[in-house]
Ligand binder design. Structure first.
Ligand code: PAF
Length: 291
């Protein structure tokens, strides 16, 4: 089913699995390379950069817009997550997306749905400790989207570092025939990583939110100055966050880029990761640091 009232003329937008499958099958029959950009809508320049990368590397670009209830905990912001389909469709059209799949919840999770992807390992650390069940929901919906939209390539942001690691692991473990591309985090000029949740920040919180990227840069600076004991660096990152009014760090640490395990000493390559509540808005960010 297309959405004639909100869908810009150059874009096909469909809500049904059968419709998007037919569209993708036709593109593949034409010999086109299909790129997929899964999103939850509330699109910003970060999403548009994924669409741009897909546009550059693929012949046919599909974006999905689905706020996945299974990846939100009971106390999380599923209900108030920003939604604006008309604007999102216009942005997709402007970004050169060919087709948008925006299914209703019951199309993705029909009555009686009971099957989930359980990841273990990578999904249990960092975000997994603070958002139990989150990655079970993410992995499940992403695998389902890969089945519904059989693309050659799918695009994710480095901003969600753990998410992309989990999706890559899932595709390897379950032999999912899709190439995962990870694109750089897009930031505001002052360093704040773009996130659909930034709209919830008031002026003071918006300033306070800069403490996340500052904590990451502090880690990079300390390592480049020769720090070797990462426990000390971690404490300094945490202190920077928690000394900022309205900011409460959930974690601020350095991890192995592949296993996501906390590291005690500097590696040739590590990831600084932070998660903090700024007022009531929870934000995450990360920075790859090479020695
Ligand atoms: O990163 C997101 O927007 C979501 O977690 C994703 C990958 C679209 C799954 O719902």
């Amino acid at each position: 089913m297309s959405s004639p009232s909100v869908c810009p003329p150059a874009l096909t937008a469909v809500e049904r699995i059968a419709a998007i499958r037919a569209i993708v099958a036709a593109a593949r029959d034409r010999g086109e390379r299909v790129g997929l950009v899964p999103t939850m809508g509330a699109l910003h320049a970060g999403h548009l950069s994924l669409m741009q990368a897909a546009r550059n590397e693929c012949d046919f670009v599909v974006a999905t817009i689905f706020v996945n209830p299974k990846q939100f905990g009971p106390q999380e912001d599923f209900r108030k997550y920003p939604r604006d389909l008309a604007t999102d469709l216009r942005l997709c059209a402007e970004a050169g997306v060919d087709a948008v799949f925006h299914p209703p919840t019951e199309e993705v999770y029909p009555p009686g749905f009971t099957s989930f992807v359980e990841m273990g390992g990578l999904s249990e650390v960092l975000e997994g400790r603070f958002r139990p069940g989150h990655f079970r929901g993410v992995a499940t919906v992403v695998l389902k989207l890969f089945q519904m939209v059989p693309a050659d390539c799918a695009y994710f942001g480095q901003k969600d570092y753990q998410q992309q690691a989990i999706i890559r692991r899932m595709c390897g473990d379950l032999n999912v025939p899709i190439e995962i591309r990870v694109c750089p985090t897009i930031r505001e000029p002052d360093g704040l990583a773009l996130s659909s949740r930034n709209v919830f920040l008031n002026e003071a919180e918006r300033k306070a939110a800069l403490s996340l990227s500052r904590a990451l840069h502090l880690a990079r600076q300390k390592i480049s100055e020769g720090a070797t004991d990462l426990h000390v660096v971690r404490d300094e990152m945490r202190q920077l966050l928690n000394s900022t009014p309205t900011v409460h760090a959930d974690y601020a640490t350095l991890v192995d880029p592949d296993t996501l395990e906390e590291i005690a000493t500097v590696l040739p390559r590590q990831v600084a990761v932070v998660a903090a509540r700024v007022g009531v808005t929870r934000l995450i960010d990360n920075l790859i640091i090479e020695k």
